[in-house]
Design a protein. Structure first.
Length: 437
């Protein structure tokens, strides 16, 4: 962008020089001056996101295409790895100076919402600056708080399982077409595999941050209550069932041991380079997992019963607009382009997740490679077997659960897994402080 600004300045100087010294070329000078005035009318947007260098390169290419098609808008971009991004955006929020468009998660960016920095998008949608008609309603709902829309989904994915077909075939097992009908059915297959291989055959299946929400949704419950205060939304039966299975599978050696995971988390030293027959993951992590392990993996949804209640299509992230931006309509045009333009999505690929626009997804599907098609197909299957996403939590839940700093759910899980508390005892402690009365 610096080169462009320099070029503009040079043109201005040349025009001034000609006006002073070449009266016979006044018409040309006036033309240059007119062009300079047009340049002064361009709008400059700031756009921020997190991700690696590959994501940055592809996103910047899409932004360049946007500027070519919208010459009245200049977009200045910045990206960081996730942790640095959050830190920098938090600093921006505290000073009230936040990018016009940024990548975030509606419902978890509470400090931005509390500061009044997130612009409701409903009016921009009604004006036609933001087209959302091709985004499935269940997915669009993820960007709403109450009845107001605060973020547009940027890529979509689903929680699922990846299974090594060769390992299954080696012991005569078949991968279910859509999903296991129960956790017990999956456990039976893992027991057979573990007996043959003499090692755990599944990764961190019962990772609380990944699986517990699904477990709650299967039973029509939520992790967090919607009381306006920190509260849990799940029953003792659900909590106990979850940890009884986690304890059983851990003791049987069907999945990676909690002790190993705990040690790795607390030392910061990654030690797990084992290849498993079964993994749980978000669908947009599929390509990375295949590349890391070199395995041929098939995607299916998480086990039943009630997989349709547990499964939800979720955004890779949201694109939001700053309430203090002076160019909200232009910011909406940028988001609209990134969501609805086929060529832009062709450039960005599906690393953030499958395009949220059904129209764009259908257009790009024939061009996808096999891994990308597998990711798109599991999302399409999930659309057939899913229910609306969990309500956006409207309270500070860090005291209940935080995988980084530790919360009560984290503390109680450690005590359960190291046999210091039973699941029933842990739930009573949890309910006494965070139960909904």
């Amino acid at each position: 962008m610096g080169k462009k600004a320099t070029a503009v300045f040079m043109i201005f100087c040349i025009a001034a020089f000609l006006l002073c010294s070449c009266s016979d070329s006044l018409q040309e000078d006036l033309s240059e001056a007119s062009q300079e005035e047009e340049r002064k009318e361009t709008v400059t947007l700031r756009f921020a996101w997190w991700g690696n260098e590959e994501r940055a390169e592809k996103t910047n290419q899409a932004v360049v295409l946007f500027m070519e098609k919208n010459p009245d808008i200049i977009v200045k971009t910045v990206s960081f790895p996730f942790d640095e991004y959050v830190e920098n955006l938090d600093i921006s929020a505290k000073t009230g100076y936040i990018p016009d468009v940024w990548q975030g998660y509606v419902g978890t960016d509470g400090n931005y919402m509390d500061a009044g920095l997130v612009e409701p998008l409903d009016e921009l949608v009604s004006q036609g600056a933001l087209r959302v008609t091709d985004i499935p309603e269940n997915l669009l709902r993820s960007g709403k708080i109450g009845e107001k829309l605060y973020g547009i989904p940027f890529g979509c994915n689903v929680k699922c399982m990846a299974i090594d077909s060769k390992i299954y075939e080696s012991v005569g097992l078949q991968i279910p077409e859509k999903y296991y009908e129960s956790w017990d059915a999956l456990g039976e297959d893992l027991a057979l595999l573990a007996e043959k291989e003499q090692r755990p055959m599944a990764g961190d299946i019962f990772h609380r941050g990944f699986l517990f929400e699904y477990f709650c949704r299967q039973r029509g419950e939520t992790v967090y209550g919607q009381t306006g205060q920190p509260a849990i939304g799940f029953s003792e039966e659900t909590y106990v069932d979850y940890y009884e299975k986690k304890l059983q599978w851990d003791a049987a050696g069907w999945c990676r041991s909690y002790e190993d995971i705990f040690r790795e988390k607390n030392t910061g030293k990654a030690s797990d380079d084992e290849k498993y027959a079964v993994y749980t993951l978000y669908s947009n992590q599929y390509r990375q997992l295949c590349e890391k392990t070199g395995q041929e993996l098939e995607l299916i949804l998480l086990p039943g019963p009630d997989t349709d209640k547990g499964t939800d299509i979720r955004p890779g992230s949201h694109l939001c607009i700053s309430s203090v931006s002076e160019h909200k309509e232009e910011a909406a045009r940028l988001i609209d382009f990134l969501i609805n333009d086929e060529e832009a999505n062709r450039i960005m690929g599906i690393e953030r997740g499958i395009p949220v626009s059904n129209k764009v997804r259908d257009a790009l599907m024939p061009e996808l490679d096999e891994e990308s098609k597998a990711m798109a197909m599991i999302v399409e299957l999930a659309e057939e077997c899913s229910s609306p996403g969990s309500p956006v939590r409207d309270m500070d839940t860090s005291s209940i659960d935080d995988d980084v700093t530790g919360g009560m759910l984290e503390d109680l899980e450690q005590k359960i897994m190291f046999r210091q508390l039973t699941p029933e005892e842990a739930y009573r402690i949890l309910y006494e402080k965070y139960g909904q009365n």
